[in-house]
Design a protein around this ligand. Structure first.
Ligand SMILES: [Zn+2]
Length: 279
């Protein structure tokens, strides 16, 4: 009985040993297969796939310049231009938006420096140019250079009268309509935005602008001037701010002050017309 038992035990031991051996062999060969599969496939699969697979993750996180590209494509305009109501265009001083964007506008057109074109181009910045005929009449073609880089030309009256608000309605309308006609003939696009000289406006001016085909009066929230940025509210640029600059001899310093301010605020410059989807 004990012998029989021990024989059975022995037999079982051998059986277990055999099972264990088979398991080990099976696992080892399987492991080898998995290991071979991994070692074969990773390089093989990574060869065609590796370029996008390994290159893609570091690109957005590695360099700050590359980071700007996904951000740019991620901007989704969340504000639409209000319609003309009671015959009057809406007034935009800043854009109510959650997007980290800021808008650059450049006025008048007095100084026409070649390096100013290069500055915007080098920084890939598009701006809305509010030009007045009295400043640009001697060389309207200068501003075509900005158009080829994507900027837009808008309306800032014929003669830039600083008492514009006090002029009669017909005179105000002439100042706006004639400039819109001139810009349409000269640059091939009728302006859609109007900025009164000095900034002040009345309901009559809003109406005159609408009758000339304008879609909005655009004022500003911050100003790049004398090499620094002045804010109407707070001490920094905020999302949606419209910034005013001028074509002046100190353009480069003002532009740099604007760039520093928008970088400090983590904002991206977007063309107002693009954001509002106006042609
Ligand atoms: Zn002006």
């Amino acid at each position: 009985m004990p012998r029989h038992l021990s024989f059975r035990t022995l037999k079982l031991k051998w059986l277990w040993a055999l099972v264990a051996l088979l398991l080990v062999v099976a696992l080892a060969s399987g492991g080898i297969c998995v290991a071979r599969a991994l070692s074969d496939e990773t390089p093989a699969a990574s060869a065609p796939d590796a370029a996008p697979a390994t290159a893609a993750p570091p690109v957005p996180s590695a360099s700050p310049t590359a980071n700007a590209l996904p951000t740019k494509s991620a901007i989704a305009p969340d504000f639409s231009l209000p319609p003309i109501e009671d015959g009057m265009v809406p007034v935009l001083t800043k854009i109510p938006t959650a997007q980290k964007v800021v808008f650059l506008t450049i006025d008048d057109g007095g100084a026409k420096l070649p390096e100013d074109v290069a500055l915007l181009r080098a920084n890939k910045i598009k701006a809305s140019l509010f030009l007045a005929k009295m400043f640009i009449a001697n060389d309207p073609d200068y501003f075509k250079q900005f158009l080829t880089d994507g900027s837009k030309i808008e309306n800032h009256t014929m003669s830039h009268q600083l008492n514009f608000i006090k002029l009669g309605y017909q005179e105000q309308k002439n100042e706006i309509c004639k400039m819109a006609d001139f810009e349409e003939q000269t640059y091939g696009r009728r302006p859609v935005f109007f900025r009164p000289p000095g900034g002040p406006y009345t309901n009559a001016i809003r109406k005159a602008a609408a009758e000339c085909g304008m879609k909005a009066i655009v004022t500003w929230e911050a100003k790049a001037n004398a090499g620094r940025v002045d804010y109407q509210v707070g001490q920094a640029l905020r999302p949606g701010d419209i910034v005013l600059m001028h074509f002046r001899p100190e353009f480069a310093q003002d532009f740099q002050a604007f760039l520093d301010a928008k970088n400090a605020a983590g904002l991206e410059v977007v063309l107002l017309e693009d954001f509002l989807k106006v042609p």
